[in-house]
Design a protein around this ligand. Sequence first.
Ligand code: NAD
Length: 470
Amino acid sequence: MTTTPTTGPAPAGTFAVEDPATLEVVDHVRDHDLADARSAVDRAAAALRPWAGLAPRVRSEVLRRAHELMLRDRDRLAGLIAAENGKSLVDAAGEVTYAAEFFRWFAEEAVRPGGDYGESPAGGTRTVVRHVPVGVAALVTPWNFPAAMATRKLAPALAAGCTVVLKPAAETPLTALAVARLLTEAGAPDGVVNVVPTTDAAGVVGAWLADERVRKISFTGSTAVGRLLLRQAADRVVNASMELGGNAPFIVTEDADLDAAVAGAMVAKFRNGGQACTAANRFYVHSDVAFDFTARIVAEVEKLTTGPAADGCAIGPLISRAAVERVERAVADAVAEGARVAGRGALPEAPGHFVAPTVLADVPAGAAIMREEIFGPVLPITTWSEEADMVDLVNDTEYGLAAYVYAGDLGRAMRLGEQVEAGMVGVNRGLVSDPAAPFGGFKQSGLGREGARDGLREFQETQYLSVDWP
Ligand code: NAD
């Protein structure tokens, strides 16, 4: 850990950030109010024209340096993420590398703002199309990937020429503040990036959405809060991108390579202790291989070490006591509905918000746990024998973020993947996140995409000039 726990009451005007593994206070952070929210927009608005007016190459170089600085400071940042979020140091270091990659990708995209040129069908007129920064952007991020959810928005926004106000989750503001300092070191001018930690999320974000200078809201978090922000954005028709909740199915066919499927399942389920929007949430395993798959998964789960990141454990705590109670209730309800606890990992002797990694077998396909986002280290398995019925069950959800398909025959895997209503499908892979690919969901999992070329477009307006060309 790079932080020293502090003791005593929070100084006035600040709030405490707690390590969910030890329940110690990691640091105190200034609690920004509505006046602070407004002055952050003042700074972003003042910085907009000069930043947008720089040559794309100059903005690109700031992002490239930010990529290098994040990698230089990987261990320090991983320690900070582990301290405020609780995830293992391996997961935290992996997150820093992934987060830094958005700076590199968008450093490369910054010099390709795009555009087009056309002739009108009737002749005489030329159409010149350009992509311009949308303006001051409000970014709102969750606690589960404190670095990557910030850089996945910051990098394309800055590449496009936008300036930003960023509200990190109150559970994990320290990483966002550290990333902003690195951007300053990389050469981002004053006012381009303004991080506004607060315990008044609704007040601050509401004020931004009501401020006519804010032209964009980019939100990552729960579908419930996303809906709320979309309603508020409607008042001023604010350009909105939404990365919301998921309920990813993990499908295993009878001809799948079970070694690969088990390895993929462990990553898809237990990375970040299951606290990922792309986490495999419900397992559909063909009845011919379900016994074997379950036995192998249980063996792997019983090997997982759960405990504080500082002890080198693979699985950290959940973010809060409320999250522990929610996950424990979901398991108890599933058992009441007929599921069987097939295996369980050990719990540490630590005060933090821990739940034991758990495998549930014989879960009824209609059980509540198969419909709700678990956001914890619980792996429920149901079985199937008719492919068409299984696909219907898989698609019977309001969510459509990620999905995973394991099949021995690649043609079958692709066909199944194409039938799943999800924005991202891992085909014989347990990981879909990639800065070069368009990340986002179907249905109530979101609007718009982050990463890839698409991520830049989310922070641009399209303008055309219709030119009389005699
Ligand atoms: P959350 O919706 O409670 O909070 C997300 C952010 O919104 C935080 O910064 C929070 O302070 C803020 N917020 C909360 N209430 C608000 C309000 N009334 N007005 C304005 N802002 C408000 O979500 P969470 O619990 O922090 O994160 C978990 C959720 O995020 C899960 O549903 C998960 O699937 C989703 N998620 C989605 C993605 C994705 O890319 N699709 C990525 C990570 C997490």
